[in-house]
Ligand binder design. Sequence first.
Ligand SMILES: [Zn+2]
Length: 391
Amino acid sequence: MFRIKSSIRENNSILVLSEIINRPEISRAMISELTGLNKATVSEIVRRLIDDNYVIEIGPGKSTSSGGRRPILLTVNKKAGVSISFDVRYDRISYLITYLDGEKIDYTTEGKEMNKDNIVDTIASVVDHAKNTMDECPFGIIGVTVSIHGIVYDNKIEFTPYFDLDEIDLVAELEERIDLPVHIENEANLSALAEAAFDNEHKSIISFSAHTGIGAGIILDGKLHRGNKGRSGEVGHTVLYPNGTNCPCGNQGCLEQYCSTKAIVRKYQLLKGNPSLTFEDLVESYHQKDSSTLNLILQFAKDFGIGLMNVIGNYDPEVVYINSEILEEIPELISLLQHYLSMTIYKNVPLKQSILGRKASLYGATVMNLQSYLHVDNVEFSLNMEKVMEV
Ligand SMILES: [Zn+2]
């Protein structure tokens, strides 16, 4: 097991480290100004953080307006450790390995039926491979976080509608197998953490994810809002049509039975009377302006808009990030949804297409590994997007 070293056990050290993590570079004087700690205390803490490999000096910055010596700038030692994130869907597993600043080392995605019998082996083989190739990092692998498309509460999977992962204690089994700290969290919650880490402007953010299911991650005043039992943002199970399609959650007519990628493909197959048609076929039909497909997508947009407004009405965010394969392929739907909003009391809430796409929950899992290892509440990434999108 990895242990937190002496230098960051106390609160002032965590305060100083948070300031260093959340900026590309910073001087001791600036840390003192931002934290209210006196300069001698800051210098002593920084000396210990450097000794313990958390922080490095990156040379002199610009001189201050009053002249004088140019301050030495500090940055987090991103190569001190490595974070591993997994995103597990019923038909796909992806993973992202990064340094402490979020810079990618490896990203892989693989189509594979996932279930309770193969998940531990699949994750352990990736982690074992990483352990064998990353021995030069002083802290090694700082943690493993797994994104779950289902309800997660207190590091346990409570409900996964389309596969059987809720039948095992995933965290306990993985920790025993790989001997590293393991966290699990809901996919939409992690996506929201990622959007917040790349968005330095807003403090109240909703990340609206529509994949095999639909969920929203809610960040209020900079903090993830999970609710009493991890069910906050379960907008996929709000009712769109009373007495509508049966849903595995126990209700009928849930939003996710109409607007998830899975649901829309099923509707397209029914429409065309061909169960072998795929998501790609649907997108192609739309772009060829097939009239019944255009109507299907228009109805989808109306339903999606209702779900979106229901969650906006509950939390009043500053911005909503949307993460959906359908909107990625048909980006003009964002302006249509913005138009629906413009006719309501929610007209000033901007909708943004998530640039992180499929990697959103993986970056969110990286944030969670960092928060837990470094004992900090907020993590902001200063990476530029081109670096993030490199595959
Ligand atoms: Zn439901």
